[in-house]
Design a binder for this molecule. Structure first.
Ligand code: ASP
Ligand code: MG
Length: 398
């Protein structure tokens, strides 16, 4: 039997009315004869509210207790959606991460899925039930509850789709697909119909919040097509699969607002130790090397953790310097002549009075650090000058 995995994000299940609407999306696939597994997020801002509650009681709550707390959000939604399905007369069952067999490593707050025992889900499906699984959570070998990092329900969905060899994984969200840039910031951004896993991974890693980067890796592993679509309208969404359909080499412009930079000077022996340690905490940093100096570009939320790790190896470098309050803007795509692109970005910034802190080529394209106040303007002008504006594209076609 063919399995479809559907994932409903926080706004898609943000109220009981919204949940009722999602029931019809589930039934639509069931009626086509598919077995359906649904993964849900916590309702609306529930996770943020829980984080805030913890902050009212402790400045540094333990990571274990944070995961215990945050994992509750998704459990509310699985029960509510399952009740709504049962009310329509269909058989359904809700499962926590643990009941769904989702095993993770022990990195609280940012755990990675290590394996999935699909036995229980398959039994429920073969008994004719729709299975509703709590996203964002799993269980360690030792029985501890973990969470997968903010936005991690996408990863639960893609990992389940991969483990169950699903024919498709549909990610329902509050936008109607993946855009060439964040449309709230770049009004002339346009929806992309198809992307390869690589292209999507580049966009997501550099700040396109629409998909959790790890989700794409799981889908790629077993070639499960991912579809990002709207939970509010019927549009076709964006299909992400093994194929690229694009002629243009530049896919989009992504930005990240809250960025900090740590420069490690004369880092000779310690580089691999530091990078290994960061990796084992699953902290994603972008690393730029300038001779013996190592520049770590990190999300503001990870900065203290990164600093703590780096300081442990203070024998291995002369000194460190830090800069907070920056933003990053990236031109994503295959860049043939990095010199040309660098020059173009530099000229555009000059013309629009955007002062760049630094600019470098990375595996995903070209990135620049700018002052926070300039980042939105930088995204808009780069989007225009790299020919991505919607109007420009239309003109080119005419
Ligand atoms: N509820 C979690 C969050 O808000 C996970 C998710 O929604 O994907 O980050
Ligand atoms: Mg999300």
């Amino acid at each position: 039997m063919s399995i479809i995995v559907q994932k409903f994000g926080g706004t898609s299940v943000g109220s009981t009315d919204r949940i009722k609407r999602m029931v019809f999306n589930v039934l639509k696939e069931k009626e086509k004869g598919h077995d359906v597994v649904v993964v849900v997020s916590a309702m609306n801002k529930t996770t943020d509210t829980l984080v805030k509650l913890a902050g009212e009681l402790s400045t540094e709550p333990s990571k274990r207790e944070m995961d215990m707390l945050l994992s509750t959000g998704e459990q509310v939604t699985i029960a509510l959606l399952t009740m709504a399905l049962e009310h329509q007369g269909v058989e359904a069952v809700s499962l926590t991460g643990r009941q769904a067999g989702i095993r993770t490593d022990g990195v609280f707050g940012n755990a990675k899925i290590t394996s999935i025992d699909t036995h229980r889900i398959k039994t429920e499906l073969s008994d004719g039930r729709i299975v509703v699984v709590a996203g964002f959570q799993g269980i360690t070998k030792g029985g501890e509850v973990t969470t997968l990092g903010r936005g991690g329900s996408d990863t639960t969905a893609a990992a389940l789709a991969s483990a169950l060899k699903a024919v498709r994984c549909d990610i329902y969200t509050d936008v109607d697909g993946v855009y060439t840039s964040d449309p709230r910031v770049v009004p002339l951004a346009s929806k992309i119909d198809t992307l390869s896993y690589e292209e999507m991974l580049r966009l997501a890693t550099m700040g396109a919040g629409v998909l959790h980067p790890r989700a794409i890796k799981h889908a790629r592993e077993h070639h499960v097509p991912l579809v990002v679509c709207s939970s509010l309208n019927e549009g076709r969404g964006t299909l992400i699969s093994g194929k690229t359909h694009r002629n243009a080499s530049i896919v989009g412009v992504a930005h990240q607002e809250d960025i900090s930079v740590l420069t490690i000077f004369d880092c000779q022996g310690g580089e691999s130790l530091i990078l290994y340690d960061l990796d084992s905490h699953h902290i994603e940093t972008e690393i730029v090397k300038y001779g013996e100096n190592l520049v770590l570009i990190v999300k503001e939320q990870d900065f203290q953790a990164v600093k703590r790790i780096v300081e442990q190896y203070n024998q291995a470098y002369s000194h460190i310097e830090q800069r907070e309050d920056l933003s990053k803007v990236s031109v994503i795509g295959r860049i043939n002549s990095s010199h040309e692109v660098k020059e173009k970005v530099t000229n555009v910034f000059h013309d629009y009075h955007i002062s760049k802190v630094s600019i470098w080529e990375s595996s995903v394209g070209l990135s620049a650090l700018v002052e926070k106040r300039d980042v939105e303007k930088a995204a808009r002008v780069l989007h225009m000058h790299f020919g991505l504006d919607y109007i420009e594209t239309k003109r080119a076609v005419l």
